[in-house]
Structures are given as C-alpha cells and as structure tokens.
Design a protein around this ligand. Structure first.
Ligand SMILES: [Zn+2]
Ligand SMILES: [Zn+2]
Length: 436
C-alpha cells in the first residue's frame, strides 16, 4: 500500500504532524499529548473484508442456536441472544431492552455490514457503491456503541454466577459468539485510517467534486508547520481526519470536501452539552444505586438486590473475583467517569495550566473504558432470559437497571461531547475561536 506524506492533526490536542510511512508494526504517537495517531500494518483490503465476512457468518450462527442451557432438578432452560432482549421487553422494561438490543445485536451487525459494504467494491475494483461517505460516517459514529466484548464478559460472569446454583452448558452459539468477538476486534483493528483513506480516494476518483467547498490541506501543505491546526488556519474533519483550510472570513458552516461532514474548529457547545449530560447522569446515578436492579426468587421467596447488595451476596458466596469485577464495572467506572469529566470541565472553565498531558490521558481512559459498565446490564439481561425455572428459581429485572443503563449512555455521550482540545487551548496565547 502506498502512503504519501501528509499533514494530520491530533484529535485530542490539535497538534499538527507530518504523517510518514512507518516500519511495519510501529505506532506514531502525538508528540504533545501522547495520543496514538497511527499504527503501521502491511495489510490491504483483503484482511478487513475477510474478518468482516467471517464476523457476519458467525453473527448468524450466534443468533441461530442457544447461547446457554441451564439445568436444575431435571428442568432445562435454554436461552438465545435474542431471548435476553425479549425477556426484558416482556418484563415491561422496553428502554433497557432497546439499549441491550442496540448495543449487543443491532450495532455490531451494522458495523460488520458497513465494513463489507465499503470494502467489497474496493476488492472487486468497482466504483464505490452509493452513499459510501454516509455509511463511513455512520460506521465512525456506531463503533463505540457496538459492545460485543462487554456482552461476552457478561456471559462469562453469568456462567460463573450460576455455576453453584445449577448446571450450565454452553451452546453452539456461545462458541460462535466468541468467534464473532475475535473477528470483530480484528476487523476494527485492520479497518484503520489507511483503509478509510483508500475508500475516500476511490470516492473522489469516481465522483470528482466540480467546485470543492473547501480546499484540502493535503493537496497543498503549508510551507511553515505551525504547532496546531487552529493556529495554522486549518479545520480537522472528525470523520475522515482530513485537514481543510478555514474560509476567510469564517462562515457559519464549512463542509468537508472528502466526506461531507460539517466542520467546526472545536466541538459545538462542547462545555454546555457535556455539563448537561453529566448532570443528568449524576441525577440518574442516585436511583441506579438505590433501586433494585434484579430479584432472584428461589422457591417463591426472594429479596430485591441493588448493585451494592448484589456485590455483598457475591462476597458471601465466596465469589471474590466476580464481586471485584462487578464492583469495578458498576461502581468504580461510572463514578470515575463522573469525577474525571467534572474535573476536566472545571479545569477548562478556569483555564487551568496544570499538566495538560495527564488530563488528556484521563480523557483517553474514560473514552476507552467507559462502556465496560454495561457488563451488569448484559448480565441482568442474560439471567432474566435463562433463569426461568418456574417455582424453582426465577430472575426478574428491577427498575434500577434502567437508571443504571441511562447513566452508562449519558456518561458515554458526555465523554463524546467533551472536546479535549479545549484543555490545550488554555495554554495557547491566542484568541482563536472556541465554541464553549
Ligand atoms: Zn495530541
Ligand atoms: Zn471529512
């Protein structure tokens, strides 16, 4: 694969870099904030396409057979992936059912299908299919919301939790699901910036723009490399990473000539939106911890469990590693996200100069691990579908789970709306426009 030298701006601090061809296996990190910018892989279209097609096949298998079977006193209950969603829906928790459906089924399917849609024309040496740039934009947006890995962890937790209570037998779908997890991770790793670049180049070759709305910086790099895109008069496209010259005078909207996305110097109303989402998440965090998330009814008797009492029961049962995992995913991670985002917002508000690199790292941590809190929600969905053994044992979901699901979604949205480049703007001695 050929790779010419071109300009790139760091998504987290706006520093400009010249992107060169790297030796195989090496990564380029931002010299200013340490964010990984690019990883060199000697791969073409074949590998991501093969992974995405295999993933789709495994997705069909994972949804066609039972995931787990539970046996207790001669009674057997089987459960598929879809059963976890319908069980929540039947229990009247449609919002939680919708969340689990989107993150464990719909989005992973859309992510793999979009990859095949984008890569197949490249492989067949055909012009890109219609709406290629829209599909790529959708893929960029959906990627953080596809939670196959977290669901797989939820299944593992369910197996360990039920092991002492009944006999749990893994179904064919479970093996297919773990295969799906591995192929999805592999497909996302190799579907990198250079594959995206190839797709955009194919689009540009098949549909040349008659009058480009904005001039790409890659076509004519500035003679003097400035420290940041904003100070150099460039805008970075969030979807395709293209650098575009800002129009003079700045107009209300600038459209990316490569993918058609709307460009802004900074995320619009970043601080206001992040504060609003963060406050809503903090409010929902209270009922999420006070209301029961699940009730296990054994022989007609059962006490509703909150997140904390569920952890206490795990400790009493001697399941220490599981208790630690749930404590970390359901208590520590959401609290950490709320605290870190509040700290980052305040630090930007008061133009704090203290350790911008470390603050950017904090942002990267919550961006990377924020969605792992969903493990408890997936666990509840799996147990509700699987543990339906009539008078012996049943599991019912509680309203606390819906509030907890909303906390996860709201904190993920708040993280997405926060613009870490604002951390670095406080250090700049410039009056460049920022949207606060
Ligand atoms: Zn950076
Ligand atoms: Zn773009």
């Amino acid at each position: 694969m050929t790779l010419s030298v071109y300009l790139s701006a760091c998504p987290h601090c706006d520093a400009l870099h010249r992107v060169h061809r790297l030796p195989f296996g090496q990564s380029a990190l931002c010299s200013r904030c340490g964010t990984p910018l690019y990883h060199s892989r000697m791969m073409g279209v074949d590998q991501p396409l093969a992974f995405a097609l295999t993933g789709l096949l495994l997705f069909i298998l994972a949804n066609s057979f039972p995931l787990l079977a539970l046996e207790l006193s001669g009674r057997v209950q089987e459960s598929t992936l879809l059963d976890g969603i319908t069980a929540l829906f039947d229990a009247g928790m449609w919002l939680l059912a919708l969340l689990v459906c989107c993150t464990s089924l719909l989005f992973p399917l859309l992510i793999l299908s979009s990859m095949v849609y984008l890569l197949l024309p490249l492989k067949l040496c055909r012009p890109p299919w219609p709406c290629t740039t829209r599909v790529l934009r959708a893929l960029t947006t959906l990627t953080p919301w596809g939670m196959t890995g977290v669901y797989a962890l939820g299944v593992m937790v369910a197996i360990v939790k039920l092991r002492d209570m009944a006999t749990v037998t893994p179904g064919i779908a479970l093996y297919a699901f773990f295969g799906l997890l591995l192929t999805t991770i592999a497909a996302q790793l190799v579907f990198d910036a250079h594959i995206r670049r190839q797709i955009f180049m194919a689009v540009a070759a098949s549909h040349p723009l008659p009058t480009p709305a904005a001039k790409s910086a890659q076509e004519s790099p500035p003679t003097r490399l400035q420290p940041t895109a904003l100070r150099t008069g460039l805008l970075r496209c969030h979807t395709c990473t293209l650098l575009v010259h800002r129009p003079d005078p700045p107009t209300e909207t600038t459209i990316c000539p490569r993918c058609g996305d709307t460009l802004h110097p900074r995320k619009p109303a970043s601080l206001t939106n992040t504060w609003a989402l963060l406050l809503a998440a903090a409010l929902f965090y209270i009922p999420a911890n006070l209301l029961p998330v699940m009730t296990v009814i054994r022989f007609g008797q059962g006490e509703p469990d909150t997140i904390l009492s569920g952890i206490q029961h795990l400790i009493q049962s001697g399941l220490w590693p599981l208790a630690l995992l749930i404590f970390f995913a359901s208590i520590v991670v959401p609290l950490m996200k709320l605290c870190i985002l509040t700290f980052l917002l305040l630090s930007v508000h008061y133009h704090m100069q203290w350790r911008p690199r470390e603050r950017t790292t904090l942002y990267r941590v919550i961006e990377l691990f924020g969605h792992w809190s969903m493990v408890d929600i997936f666990l509840i969905s799996i147990l509700t579908a699987l543990v339906q053994l009539g008078s012996l044992t049943t599991v019912e979901p509680g309203n606390g789970a819906t509030f907890f699901g909303m906390v996860v979604v709201l904190t993920m949205l708040a993280t997405k709306h926060f613009d870490p480049r604002l951390i670095w703007d406080a250090l700049e001695k410039t009056d460049g426009p920022t949207s606060r």
